[in-house]
Design a binder for this molecule. Structure first.
Ligand code: ARG
Length: 273
């Protein structure tokens, strides 16, 4: 009788310890391969890309932030969106210091070699932003001009397609805010940038006397996706959660909040592979 009592209490003590150990683990913020439901994932971003991500009173805000929070929740996770900067964001993703990245990241073949992506969540294209008095009317007019881009983006690629790789007339900046500053100070004649972000900047900075130039012939259609380290199990979980949000209208709601119009689901669907 006594022996059994001792055995039971040892057993109970051990199980208590196990439970405590499990609880301790749960609190920890991990940034590995995820898939422990309920934990807080780290999503890297470059919060100088309004309206997708920007700093507002010290907090990262924007369409991407609302979207990733909703998708994470649907998938059973919490998420902390961290402003890391473009290059750091990509490096942290590759080294798995973050679980994912969301930053208006265009999915292309080059990046697909290094990262896994969800299905497309936004369609975009590059555009040109110039001073109102500029005579630039399309992408080909950029040939002998100085162009500002964000380093390592599709804006840089689009400019290189016209001016050639390593052309000294392409000024590559760490973020798009600095590129716009260069345009303001006439250090460059134009900025090549994602259309929605260019439009937003021109609208928000009327004193800078800017206008936008679209050129659908020379600038391709691009699709944004959420990016994960290669092989992350989260990609599929996020994809399924995202699909649920498309089906139940949550995606359209978030889209309308930021862009004041319905998303073009057909074109997003067509871009899925
Ligand atoms: N869509 C472009 C690209 O993927 C630019 C993205 C820049 N995003 C940002 N948050 N600064 O290359």
């Amino acid at each position: 009788m006594k022996k059994i009592g001792v055995k039971i209490s040892v057993f109970m003590m051990l199980s208590c310890l196990l439970v405590l150990a499990a609880c301790g683990n749960k609190e920890e913020k991990s940034s590995t391969d995820g898939n422990e439901k309920g934990k807080t994932l780290i999503a890297g971003t470059n919060a100088a890309f309004a309206p997708f991500e920007y700093m507002d009173k010290g907090k990262v805000t924007g369409f991407d932030v609302d979207l990733v929070e909703a998708v994470a929740k649907e998938a059973g996770y919490k998420v902390e969106v961290k402003h890391e900067g473009w290059d750091a964001m990509l490096a942290n993703l590759q080294s798995k210091q973050s679980d994912l990245a969301i930053a208006g990241i265009t999915m292309n073949d080059e990046r697909k070699k290094t990262y896994d992506f969800t299905k497309p969540y936004f369609e975009a294209t590059n555009m040109i932003v110039v001073k109102k008095e500029s005579d630039i009317k399309n992408a080909l007019d950029l040939k002998d001009k100085k162009i500002g881009v964000q380093n390592g983006t599709t804006g840089q690629e689009a400019a290189e397609k016209i001016l050639g790789n390593n052309n000294g007339n392409i000024a590559k900046y760490k973020n798009i805010t600095i590129a716009f500053m260069a345009l303001k100070n006439n250090e460059v004649d134009a900025v090549v940038i994602d259309n929605v972000v260019g439009n937003e900047y021109v609208k928000n900075n009327p004193k800078e006397n800017l206008k936008v130039v679209m050129d659908k012939e020379n600038f391709d259609s691009e699709f944004y996706g959420m990016a994960f380290p290669k092989g992350s199990k989260l990609t599929k979980e996020f994809d399924q959660a995202f699909q649920k949000m498309i089906d139940n209208g949550t995606y359209a709601e978030i889209y309308k909040k930021w862009f004041k119009e319905e998303p073009d689901m057909e074109s997003l669907k067509k871009a899925e592979k």
